[in-house]
Design a protein around this ligand. Structure first.
Ligand code: SF4
Length: 460
């Protein structure tokens, strides 16, 4: 006779230890070594009232968010369910088997209220980064910079032309209020004078941008990472509008913040052509003393077969160019004119050849066939651009170019493993919060990986 399974699930007493049931090599066990949230309660104290019902422990909520971002769970509702059911998550959050898990609505209230007001997520990121530095995971010599677009939580079918502005019935929304507050910020509305092509009524700070992946335009933000090349530890993170000027601005902010906060100034910075503008190179070379391992953003190349600017040799001592025919191109021919000259408004010095030289020159058809004389422009920051060109021809640059790929790998990890290819929160502050939490999770995972490999110098 086939018997029934006699299992009673309601036992009278259980002896159960969560600690024994979480595997020794579980990622959260290793991550837990590097999470220290002792100071969080002190920093949040001014944001809690001294009266009323006790709140849910903020450390618990931070631990839940860290666990969620480490495993690509960004939905607050799903995170609460997972923490309720998953023993490893319970262990990491210091919950017993019977402790209640906070409601998902509590998360939203705290995230958009106290946590944001106190800049808590940046503090958590900085604490984890300080641990990375203390463990010897940061080299501090070579940094790399890059940005990647992340889709905003805004329907691409909705929205109107930027010139029309926003409809009055959306002005009360939090994301719209944040957009208005950041209109003058260089990282968002102030990044460019141009009117956005389209404005989303639910998240107007998100820019209508063509993504590199599928080429279609979507509302997006940019996540900017400044990493240390030794172990690809994220040194700083910034959320900006998806515009190149905003991304370059974020680089300056992040480098200065790392220097002020951690007293670390890299010897070299690698990046792609987006960071190779004359102003940026000048800032790096002359104002911060950092080697730019960055390709120069140069529009002087010609496709019509005529001589390019690189065909003219600059003589720095006499401040003039020498053309392929050996003639001089100068700025001023009248004595005393140089002393009276003001800096050029467009940031470019103009050098001209003599018309009499060009009239009889046999190379004129290849140089300036339709003009009486040749003109060559030189940026006021050309010296810094020349430094970048010299570096680009060195062997060290080849290494930097490979190291730069580490940032791209972090973005690929961010989108594929941590599933942050689309934001859940709206507005500039929502984007910043998500980027900070994701960067914190990536640094913690990096620390855990290095610890498992025995590659942390401090531990050795
Ligand atoms: S055309 Fe004038 S600038 Fe050009 S190569 Fe001849 S002399 Fe030099």
């Amino acid at each position: 006779m086939m018997g029934d399974r006699q299992v009673m699930q309601e036992g009278l007493f259980y002896e159960f230890s969560i600690d024994r049931h979480v595997p020794e090599d579980h990622l959260l066990r290793v991550i837990d070594r590097f999470v220290d949230l002792e100071d969080i309660r002190l920093q949040l104290k001014p944001y809690y009232s001294g009266m009323g019902r006790p709140s849910i422990d903020p450390e618990l909520m931070i631990r839940m968010l860290i666990a969620g971002y480490c495993f690509g769970i960004r939905s607050e509702r799903r995170l609460c369910e997972e923490v309720n059911l998953n023993l490893a998550y319970r262990w990491f959050c210091k919950l017993s088997l019977t402790d209640p898990v906070p409601d998902h609505s509590t998360f939203s209230k705290n995230r958009h209220g106290r946590f944001r007001d106190s800049d808590l997520f940046r503090k958590v990121f900085e604490q984890v980064l300080a641990r990375c530095i203390a463990e010897g995971a940061v080299g501090g010599e070579a940094f790399a910079i890059d940005a990647s677009t992340i889709k905003a939580d805004a329907n691409r079918q909705q929205g109107g032309p930027g010139a029309d502005g926003l409809p009055p019935d959306v002005m009360h929304r939090r994301a719209v209020q944040e957009y208005i507050a950041t209109l003058d910020e260089a990282a968002f509305g102030g990044a460019t004078d141009a009117v956005p092509k389209f404005l989303s009524p639910v998240d107007p700070a998100a820019r209508w941008t063509r993504t590199r992946n599928d080429g279609s335009a979507k509302y997006s933000y940019s996540v900017n990472y400044l990493i240390d090349c030794k172990n690809a530890v994220i040194m700083d993170v910034e959320g900006t509008a998806a515009i190149r000027t905003a991304e370059v601005y974020a680089t300056r902010v992040m480098l200065d913040r790392v220097a002020a906060r951690d007293s670390i100034k890299p010897e070299r910075l690698s990046g792609d052509t987006a960071y190779g503008s004359a102003e940026m190179l000048n800032w790096l070379v002359n104002e911060r003393g950092i080697e730019p391992h960055i390709p120069v953003f140069d529009k002087s190349t010609r496709t019509d077969g005529l001589y390019e600017r690189s065909d003219f040799t600059y003589d720095p001592e006499r401040d003039r160019y020498i053309c392929p025919a050996g003639k001089e191109l100068v700025q001023y021919r009248v004595a005393g004119r140089r002393a009276k000259a003001k800096p050029p408004k467009d940031g470019r010095y103009k050098y001209r050849s003599r018309k009499t030289d060009c009239d009889v020159c046999q190379l004129k058809p290849n140089c300036c066939p339709n003009l009486p004389q040749r003109r060559v422009q030189r940026s006021v920051h050309e010296a810094a651009r020349d430094v970048a060109r010299q570096i680009a021809a060195s062997d060290a640059y080849l290494i930097s170019r490979c190291e730069r790929k580490k940032v791209e790998m972090l973005f690929a990890h961010l989108k594929r493993i941590l599933k942050l290819d689309r934001l859940r929160l709206r507005g500039p502050n929502g984007a910043k919060d998500e980027f900070l939490l994701a960067a914190t999770a990536q640094n913690l995972r990096k620390l855990a990986k290095l610890h498992i490999q025995g590659a942390l110098p401090a531990a050795a």
